[in-house]
Structures are given as C-alpha cells and as structure tokens.
Design a protein around this ligand. Structure first.
Ligand SMILES: Cc1cc2nc3c(=O)[nH]c(=O)nc-3n(C[C@H](O)[C@H](O)[C@H](O)COP(=O)(O)OP(=O)(O)OC[C@H]3O[C@@H](n4cnc5c(N)ncnc54)[C@H](O)[C@@H]3O)c2cc1C
Length: 322
C-alpha cells in the first residue's frame, strides 16, 4: 500500500540513468553491476505488464571549461571508462543547438525510465491501496503483523523522505534534498530525442517537449515547486540554448539521502519481520532494482547483506551513541 503522492520524489524525477556523473565525471557508484540488472529488471516488468518504460538514449555532455576538458582527457585514457565514454568533439563540432564553447562527448549506456508510468502500472497490477499508512495501527500478531484487518507475515517500509514519520526508523540519518524539474515546450525539431547535459540536464522527448532538471536545496523542505526553483532552471536553460521554451509543468520532490550517499536496506534491529529500503538519493532509477534484489535474497534466502548498504551501519552507531 502507499499513496499516489504527486510530491513523492519518484514522480518529480527525471528518471535518468547516467553511468558517468558529477563535476568529476566519474563512474557512478557500482554502475557496472547496477546497470545490467536495472535494464534486465525493467525489461522483465515491461514484458509482464505490456508497457514500455525503459528507453536507452544517446547522452551528450558538454564541457563547461578548460578543467572539464582536462578531466575528460584523463578519463578517456583510463581503460575502465572505455565502455561508457565516446570520443571528444571539439567546440562546435557536435552539430547541436546547445552552447558549445569547450567541446562535448557522448556517454554510453544512458537511459531514461518513465517512472510515473511504471508506478501507475505497478500500482494497478498489484491493486495497491491508495491511502495514508498509519504506523500506530500496525500491530504484531502470531509471528507477523496486522494492519486494519490485513494480516502480513512481513512488512517492508519504502517511504522515501517520509521515513522521518516512521516510529521504528525516524532516528536513521536520512535527510531530504529538495529537487525541482520543469516540463517545457519548445521548437519541434530543435533537439532530437536524447539527453543533453550542459549546466543542467535536458531530456528531449523529440517532439518539442523536454524535461529539465534539477535543483538541489537542503533548506526549503516544503513539497511544493517554487518560483525560485523555476527561475534557477530557466536561467540555466537560457545559458545553455538560444531558443524559446514555455513551462508546461513544474514538479518538486524530496530526495531521501544518507550521509554516505549509499542506500539503506535490511531488517530493522530489535524488531521481527520489519524491513526497510530507503536512501536511494538522486539515483533511484539505477539503484532500486539491485537494492530490491539484495533485500529479497536476504529476507527469503538468508543471503548476507553488503555492509555498505546494510541499515545496521547506522542503527548500530545510534545504539552505541556514536
Ligand atoms: C527533482 C528530482 C529529480 C530526480 N531525478 C532523478 C533522475 O533523473 N534519476 C534518478 O535515478 N533519480 C532521480 N531522482 C531521485 C529519485 O527520485 C529517488 O531516488 C527515488 O524516487 C526515491 O524513491 P523512493 O520510493 O525511496 O521515495 P519516493 O519516490 O518519495 O516514494 C515514497 C512513497 O511512499 C509513500 N509514503 C510515504 N509515507 C507514506 C504513508 N505514511 N502512507 C502512505 N504512503 C506513504 C509516498 O506517498 C511515496 O509514494 C530525482 C529526485 C528529484 C526530487
């Protein structure tokens, strides 16, 4: 069960999967393992539910200064990056309308996951109960749990930033980082379908519509989109491309983030048959399939959890007063 909450991170997200991220242009955490499993999982869901949600796309990233070019040069000489980086195109060589003063390069293996469509289909398939879950009404009974007349052997909490309201988990050090995205309408044949990473990312659907994001704000934790967020994104858009776009939709969500930026999964210490999956931060599209698989194998096949993801790394620290 869970709410179709328009402010949840998954509905605001771009759904981008990008193997090389950040200012330092490094491979995302464990991406070599995460990416094949993510694609396999989403393809299997597509087949079962008869939907199309996982779209591999070309991703072009633009260098923003001379340091970016140097960094890229180092990555291109590193054999670990051969499977994810394409060649460097000098300034203006990419034949794209984006501002291109320092050149660009292609990132291989990128994709876009249509998260709202995926969630709608999964919620329909599993006949999800769409209402607020009241933790106080969950009671233990006969080695399992009961919630308003529903018996469950095991309960999994996957609440994103709302984990702060969970009496069993509120002490976990998960903090929220607010993010906003815009759906834009622009000239029809300007940006071919693909992902363009300049100051911010632009996901072009190829029909004139683009989603653009995103902002990072740790001070304003209200769920609503803000005028300030729209201004930041539009200023970045104007810097990156010389064309006129109208805002069609503006979304906001809270990224559930951990101090070490690694997800949190596992059984909740001191309880029986209660589990957590959270801390997907800004990379839920690529990390969620692996986290679900690891948690299921742990719970049903007693496979040990990787300590880097195990919730006990924080819960033990809290118990020890660290
Ligand atoms: C602006 C923005 C852009 C992003 N872009 C990307 C991107 O391009 N690629 C990427 O991989 N990630 C991106 N992310 C991150 C991604 O959205 C998150 O990693 C992911 O969505 C987290 O999923 P979650 O299920 O843990 O949390 P959420 O998506 O927040 O879902 C939690 C769910 O639990 C429900 N819930 C909580 N408490 C209760 C309760 N008491 N009763 C009933 N229901 C409850 C909520 O209603 C919600 O539906 C972005 C995030 C933001 C905010």
């Amino acid at each position: 069960m869970g709410m179709r909450d328009k402010h949840c991170a998954s509905r605001a997200a771009g759904g981008l999967i990008n193997p090389v991220t950040g200012r330092w242009m490094v491979k995302s955490w464990r991406i070599d393992d995460l990416l094949p499993l993510a694609e396999k999982t989403y393809r299997a869901i597509e087949k079962t539910l008869g939907i199309s949600v996982y779209h591999t796309l070309p991703l072009r990233r633009y260098c923003l200064n001379a340091d970016d070019i140097k960094r890229l040069g180092r990555r291109l000489r590193n054999p670990r990056y051969a499977d994810v980086l394409g060649p460097f195109y000098g300034a203006g060589e990419s034949a794209s309308p984006m501002r291109d003063e320092h050149g660009s390069f292609l990132i291989k293996g990128a994709a876009y996951l249509d998260v709202p469509r995926l969630l709608d289909s999964l919620q329909k398939h599993f006949k999800c109960i769409d209402e607020p879950f009241v933790h106080e009404q969950l009671t233990s009974c006969k080695g399992g749990w009961n919630y308003r007349g529903i018996d469950a052997k095991k309960v999994f909490f996957c609440e994103g930033a709302a984990i702060s309201q969970n009496p069993w988990l509120h002490h976990l050090p998960i903090h929220s980082i607010k993010g906003e995205t815009l759906l834009l309408d622009g000239p029809k044949s300007l940006l071919p379908r693909g992902i363009y990473h300049h100051q911010k990312w632009i996901l072009s659907y190829g029909d004139g519509r683009c989603r653009m994001g995103s902002t990072y704000d740790e001070t304003d934790l209200s769920p609503e989109p803000t005028e300030k967020g729209a201004q930041v994104l539009m200023a970045s858009l104007r810097h990156s491309i010389d064309a006129s776009f109208q805002i069609v939709e503006h979304k906001a969500g809270l990224r559930p983030t951990t101090p070490d930026t690694r997800p949190i999964i596992g059984s909740i210490p001191g309880t029986e048959n209660l589990y957590v999956l959270n801390g997907l931060s800004s990379k839920g599209a690529s990390t969620a399939p692996h986290m679900c698989q690891a948690l299921i194998r742990h719970v049903f096949h007693e496979e040990p959890l990787d300590p880097e993801m195990d919730c006990r790394r924080f819960i033990t620290a809290v118990a020890d007063g660290q």
